[in-house]
Ligand binder design. Sequence first.
Ligand code: CAA
Length: 260
Amino acid sequence: MSENEYSTIAVDRRDRVGVITLNRPEALNALNTELMGEVVAAAQAFDADPGIGAIVLTGSDRAFAAGADIKEMADKTFSDVVAEQFFGAWDALAGLRTPTVAAVNGYALGGGCELAMLCDLIIAGDTAVFGQPEINLGVIPGIGGSQRLTRAVGKAKAMDLILTGRQMKSDEADRLGLVSRVVPAENTVQTALEIAADIAGKSLIAAGLAKEAVNRAFESGLTEGVRVERNLFYSTFATDDQTEGMAAFVAKRRPDFQHR
Ligand code: CAA
């Protein structure tokens, strides 16, 4: 699908940064199946593009995303969701090689919070509100929230948020370590774009390996994580970017990475 054929998102590129903007204002960017397919397709297209070094995912001032689309879900049965492997397509975002930055203003609830957590960094505006309110609908998180939130903020706070369904403002999300930075809401997208441009200027290979190493810490025990990191580190010595990066440092000049 070409970049201007999407109906629930807008897709843009700023030099080496791909930008995906959720665009269902009438539903506070609720994540329906169509939007899921479009976000995943756009992100995978950017991921396959060697001209893109980072991806920014954002919503509107009012809502990053207010969750999975409750109206779409309401009538589904157990057999429907199992047969469709409902939400399963979102997992593809966790497998992207390209670093991803969520720029969150307004509501990031339920699947919206989970979508932000699927990104590598979360830049939150001071109006951002996070939460996993699924319990209030008689369900539980279904896009990885119970796992990623618990790993990000620990059991005590994850239980508090997931069992009460309460909303959490950005200052608390910052204190808990859920978000990377909090900025005034009017600067959220610009800050995310600047961070993404900074990342996109690094060696694409090193950035992808660094991301893989950090994610391994998130997903595995210490001994295994350290072993994987060591092997990923060794593999950077097979790249021209390692030679160039270190030669540039020694010569006191900026590196010219060729991403190979
Ligand atoms: N799904 C479908 N539609 C939604 C929606 C959602 N998650 N969130 C908001 N909308 C719709 C509303 O129904 C409303 O549509 P209408 O104008 O047609 O009535 C429109 O967006 C605007 O919403 P509100 O009028 O409710 O706006 P508000 O400012 O009064 O409240 C809100 C904002 C607190 C975010 C409120 O909309 C809300 O509580 N939304 C639901 C949040 C939620 O429960 N999210 C979790 C969903 S389940 C999930 O995500 C499962 C999972 O793990 C993946």
